[in-house]
Design a protein around this ligand. Structure first.
Ligand code: MG
Length: 369
C-alpha cells in the first residue's frame, strides 16, 4: 500500500497567528490545533507533534503511547512556563501499518474516510455539543450552530493524564483519508468537503481547494488539512511533502472563547471608532467663542475635554482682551464658551463684543467733568 499525500495549512482570514500544526512523516500523519492564548496554542500543537514524531522515530511504544507522551510534554511545559500556562491542543494522528490505518485522537480535529462515494467521520469530537447530541439533548444541526460548540471536553496537555481514542481502519485501494482541524469543517459542510475530495484527484490540489473553500466561507479559524490517498500498487513509501508546520496553543474552553472575545472586541472597537468619527463630525460642525492666551478666540468644536481629550481647537485668536470683554455682564461666561451656530455666527458674536466694548469704553472715558 502506497500513500500519496497533500497537505496545506492557512492562518485563515481572522486570526493573527496560526496555532495549528501538522506532521507528515510517512507512514505517520497528524494534525494538531493548539489553544490557550496565541503563544500557548502554537507551543502546544507544535510540541505535541514534535514529541509524537520523536517517539515514533525511536519506535517507543504504540501510537497511543506516543500521544500520551505528547500529553505529558505539553502538560509539563505548561506547568514550567508561565507564558503558556493552561495551554493545550487537539491531536489527531494516523499511522499506516500493513495496509491498516491506526488512529489516535484527542479533541475535535477530525479524521474522515472517503470510500465508495461516502464520507465517514472516523473520529469522535470531544466537545460539549457532541456529548449533548449523544445524550439526545440537541440535534446535530443544533450542534453546528450552538454557542458552545467549540468547548472541548478533552484536550491534550491540560491534565497530567489523558484518555486517547484509538481505532483502526483497514485501507482499500482508492481510499482517501482526510485529517483536518475545525477551521475546515467549522466553515464548510461535509457535503462540500466530500464534493471537493471527489472532484479533485490530486491530493495536494484537493488540500489547497479545501483551504480556499474554508476561507471563502469566512475563514474565522486556522485551517489545516492532510489528504492521504491509498494506492494498492506495491510501491512502498509516500511522496515527499514538507514535514513540520506552524504550531498553536490555548485552553480547551479558552481558545474558542478567545475567538468570540476577539470578534466581540473587534465589533466593539468598530462601534467605538464609528462613534468617534460620527462624534468627530459633530464636534467639527460646532463653534463657540472662548478664551485663548487671555484673548477672545473663535473655536471650532465644543468647549469640553472629556477624559482630558480636548474637543476643540482655536480657529482664530482676536486682539480683544478677554478680561475687558468679561467685565461686560453679557459676556461674563466667556471663559466657559459662548456657543455659535457657525463660523459666521461666532464671528458675529466677536463683532458684537467689539461694538459693546467700544460702546462701554467712551463711558469709562467720559467719567467725571
Ligand atoms: Mg481551530
Amino acid at each position: 500500500m502506497r500513500i500519496e499525500t497533500g497537505v496545506a495549512t492557512d492562518i485563515g482570514r481572522v486570526r493573527e497567528g496560526n496555532e495549528d500544526s501538522y506532521l507528515v512523516e510517512p507512514p505517520l500523519f497528524a494534525v494538531a490545533d493548539g489553544m490557550g492564548g496565541h503563544r500557548g496554542g502554537e507551543v502546544a500543537s507544535h510540541l505535541a507533534l514534535e514529541t509524537v514524531e520523536e517517539r515514533a522515530r525511536a519506535e517507543q511504544g504504540t501510537l497511543a503511547d506516543q500521544v500520551r507522551a505528547a500529553n505529558r510534554a505539553v502538560y509539563e511545559r505548561s506547568q514550567q512556563d508561565r507564558e503558556v500556562t493552561g495551554m493545550g491542543t487537539t491531536l489527531t494522528a494516523v499511522k499506516l501499518v500493513d495496509g491498516t490505518l491506526l488512529l489516535a485522537h484527542v479533541g475535535d480535529s477530525r479524521a474522515y474516510l472517503l470510500r465508495g462515494g461516502a464520507l465517514r467521520q472516523l473520529t469522535d469530537d470531544h466537545t460539549l455539543v457532541n456529548r449533548m447530541v449523544k445524550a439526545g439533548e440537541i440535534t446535530t444541526d443544533e450542534a453546528d450552530v450552538h454557542p458552545h460548540r467549540n468547548v472541548l471536553t478533552r484536550a491534550l496537555g491540560t491534565e497530567p493524564e489523558v484518555q486517547v481514542d484509538v481505532s483502526e481502519v483497514p485501507l482499500m485501494d482508492g481510499d482517501r483519508a482526510l485529517l483536518c482541524s475545525d477551521g475546515l469543517f467549522g466553515m464548510v459542510t461535509e457535503d462540500q468537503i466530500q464534493a471537493i475530495l471527489e472532484v479533485e484527484p490530486d491530493p495536494q490540489k484537493a488540500a489547497e481547494r479545501l483551504i480556499r473553500a474554508a476561507n471563502s466561507a469566512g475563514g474565522v479559524d486556522n485551517i489545516t488539512v492532510v489528504v492521504l490517498d491509498a494506492h494498492e500498487d506495491g510501491d512502498e513509501g509516500a511522496d515527499g511533502v514538507p514535514t513540520a508546520g506552524p504550531s498553536a496553543l490555548g485552553s480547551p474552553e479558552g481558545r474558542r472563547s478567545l475567538v468570540r472575545w476577539g470578534v466581540g472586541l473587534g465589533l466593539g472597537l468598530l462601534i467605538l471608532v464609528g462613534a468617534f468619527f460620527i462624534a468627530r463630525g459633530y464636534v467639527d460642525s460646532q463653534w463657540y467663542v472662548g478664551v485663548a492666551n487671555e484673548h477672545v478666540a473663535v473655536y471650532r468644536g465644543i468647549p469640553a475635554a472629556p477624559l482630558g481629550f480636548h474637543l476643540s481647537h482655536v480657529e482664530e485668536q482676536t486682539d480683544l482682551l478677554a478680561a475687558d470683554v468679561q467685565k461686560l455682564e453679557l459676556y461674563a461666561g466667556l471663559s466657559d464658551g459662548i456657543n455659535a451656530e457657525s463660523r459666521e455666527d461666532a464671528q458675529a458674536v466677536v463683532d458684537q463684543m467689539r461694538k459693546d466694548l467700544q460702546a462701554s469704553q467712551p463711558q469709562k472715558g467720559v467719567g467725571g467733568p
